[in-house]
Design a protein around this ligand. Sequence first.
Ligand code: PLP
Length: 420
Amino acid sequence: MFKDKEIEKLIKAEQKRQADGLEMIPSENHTSEQVLAAMGTRLSDKYSEGYPGMRYYGGCEVVDKVENLARDRAKELFGVTHANVQPHSGSPANQAIYYALVDPGDTVMGMSLYFGGHMTHGLKVNFSGTYYNSVQYTTDKEGFMDYEAIYELAQEHKPKLIMSGTTAYPRIIDWKKMREIADSVGAFLAADISHISGLVVSGDHPSPAGIVDVIMTTTHKTLRGPRGAMILANGNPSNPLKKPERTVENIPSLIDRAVIPGLQGGPHNHQTAAIAVALGEALTPDFKKYGNQVAKNAKVLSEELTKLGFNLVTGGTDNHLMVVDLNNKNISGKEGERALGLAGITVNKNTIPFDPRSPFDPSGIRLGTPALTTRGMKQKEMKQVAQWINMAVENNKDEKKLAQLHAEITAFTKDFPLPS
Ligand SMILES: Cc1ncc(COP(=O)(O)O)c(C=O)c1O
């Protein structure tokens, strides 16, 4: 395949690592071969700063069509009138939302990373907590979003922008409650649905469309596309040469101007094509079934883990992920991640609400079902996966036992190949 044997070896090693184990990091997935094929094309060679019909480069007639296709599919899928499909990934897309809607020094509010939010929602060491006056909301003791507390915090600090959306939260987000909070202080409301966008498409999580002012989603998580992101809104962009006022109606123009020339240069056209392919797949009835199965699998896995004595933050899940508090198992999140990794189960260490331990070695792990569901696993397999997780945690110091488990899991995965 490759003339560069060094990189070929590494690519094959990574493919084997994924195929021989269980990828349970909930922000990951396995894309279709069609999505992968679109990524490896000559579209990658093309510069096309600007937007379809308004480029700073010649030769954009084909990539204009690619980008329009991706935009149209995104609009249809999420029921909005405007889509920007150019952000290179989720963090730069969130940066564009801030750049569009607030000024440095303005107050912004988002969920703390340590309680399930994303670092771009106001973490002190992130741009969002450095350039803006960031106020962070948390959860209640059990890990549920506490809308009354968020309301009180908003009254106290009067943010101009509220980020809603999460990275490690296993429950449904009440967009209407977030809307009421934003309206009570006249703030813009953004929904970051990066984790749950596939479940929004399948109807397993309510959509924020029509409730919030602007939506951001990465394309590579439950949506099962290539790495990338989209910003969605209602309304239409106005004259691109005129600076728009900061109003809700102008959000499409504000976002487009924030992405380019505000923050980025040329879009990644190969990535845009692959996003279009993924969105085409997400528009099919099969994708709806996929999302339904992701949620069903997560439910069964959470119930089985609970039966095995694991403590789940909030006591379970409504979506594709769960956060497991390992304190009663007498190992840390870091040790859990390591032991499960040796057994061939890839998860990530994660803080639990009000974590007594440090974020570098927190109390929990975060795991989810999107990638396993893509491989065709269902409820029956989730029961088996729960047993393996339990065995790996119970035998976390026994390297031989963990290697045995890995061999068992590798044999099992042969019936569930990566997409082809
Ligand atoms: C809620 C949320 N927003 C934004 C991002 C950032 O996306 P990226 O890693 O593509 O920059 C993530 C990634 O995990 C996320 O979970």
